[in-house]
Design a protein around this ligand. Structure first.
Ligand code: XBP
Ligand code: MG
Length: 257
C-alpha cells in the first residue's frame, strides 16, 4: 500500500444528530403532525421519543410503537401500507419544517464541509433517514447546489437493514470504491457507531441531545461537536492527543493513521 492509499480520502457523515440536531424539534414534531392528520391521538413527547429512538428508521419506529403501546392497531388491514402512508405524510411535514429553516447545522459542520471540498477529500452521507429529508436539510442550510458536493448519498431504504447493521456503510464504501481504512465516519449515536464499526470504519462521535449518555466504546474520539476556532469543542474521550479545539482535515487524518 502506498502513502496515497493511506491518506484520508473521504468523510462519511451521518445526518440526524450529526449534521443537525433534527430529532427533537424536527422528526418528532413531524411524526406528531402526521399522527394528527391521520386522526390519531398519539403524542410522542420528548421522553418517549428518546426511548423510541433506539429503533432506527421512521417506519420501523412507528411499528415498534404500535407493538408496544397500541397493539390493537396490529389487527388493522394492510398495516404495512398504512404505516408507509403515515410515514410519507411525516416526511412531507419534515420537509416543510426544513424549508422554514427551523433547524441549523451543528457547530463546525459547514466549516468542515467547505474545507474538505477545498482539500479535494470526498464527501459522503450514510443515513437511515429518507433522501427527501437529506435533500431538504442540505437545501435549507448549505443551499440547493450542496447536494452535488456529496459524491455518494446512501439514505433510507436503499439497503434493507438499517443501522446498527453495517449495510448502509458497506453500500457507501462500495459506491466510493474506497476501503474503510481510507475513510472516517462521523456519527452521533451508539446505533450509528455500531453500524460504522461493523463496516470497519474509524469513527468520530460528536454527541447530540439524545445521545450524550450512550456507550461510545470503539470510537476514535468522542467530542461535544466539531468545534469552531471561536467556539472550541469539549473533548469527552480520545485515543490520541487533540491539540486543537476544532475538527479539520488534518485532525481527521491523524485519527485514522
Ligand atoms: C436517524 C433515524 C431516522 C430519523 C427519522 O438515523 O433513526 O429514523 O429519526 O427518519 P441517522 P425517517 O442518525 O442514522 O440518520 O422517518 O426518515 O426514517
Ligand atoms: Mg444520527
Amino acid at each position: 500500500m502506498t502513502n496515497t492509499d493511506n491518506k484520508l480520502q473521504a468523510v462519511l457523515f451521518d445526518v440526524d444528530g450529526t449534521l443537525a440536531d433534527t430529532e427533537q424539534d424536527g422528526h418528532r414534531l413531524a411524526f406528531n403532525a402526521a399522527f394528527k392528520q391521520f386522526g390519531l391521538d398519539w403524542n410522542w413527547d420528548i421522553n418517549l421519543y428518546g426511548e423510541l429512538l433506539q429503533v432506527t428508521g421512521g417506519k420501523e419506529r412507528i411499528r415498534y410503537y404500535i407493538e408496544r403501546y397500541v397493539p390493537h392497531i396490529l389487527n388493522k388491514n394492510d398495516l404495512t401500507d398504512w404505516i408507509i402512508s403515515l410515514h410519507k405524510t411525516k416526511t412531507k411535514y419534515f420537509e416543510s419544517l426544513m424549508e422554514n429553516g427551523n433547524i441549523p447545522l451543528r457547530p463546525g459542520v459547514s466549516r468542515l464541509i467547505h474545507e474538505l471540498r477545498q482539500e479535494k477529500i470526498k464527501l459522503a452521507i450514510a443515513t437511515t433517514t429518507t433522501m427527501e429529508n437529506v435533500t431538504a436539510l442540505l437545501k435549507s442550510t448549505l443551499g440547493e447546489e450542496s447536494i452535488d458536493w456529496f459524491d455518494v448519498i446512501g439514505a433510507g431504504d436503499i439497503v434493507p437493514m438499517k443501522k446498527p447493521a453495517p449495510d448502509i456503510y458497506y453500500w457507501v464504501l462500495n459506491q466510493l470504491k474506497l476501503t474503510a481504512q481510507q475513510c472516517i465516519a462521523i456519527e452521533d449515536s451508539e446505533n450509528g457507531l455500531k453500524s460504522a464499526l461493523a463496516a470497519s470504519l474509524p469513527t468520530l462521535i460528536t454527541v447530540s441531545g439524545y445521545t450524550r449518555l450512550q456507550n461510545f466504546d470503539g470510537a476514535v474520539a468522542v467530542l461535544s461537536d466539531l468545534g469552531e476556532p471561536s467556539q472550541p469543542f469539549t473533548k469527552i474521550r480520545s485515543v490520541t492527543t487533540l491539540d486543537k479545539g476544532w475538527v479539520d482535515h488534518r485532525l481527521l487524518s491523524s485519527l485514522i493513521s
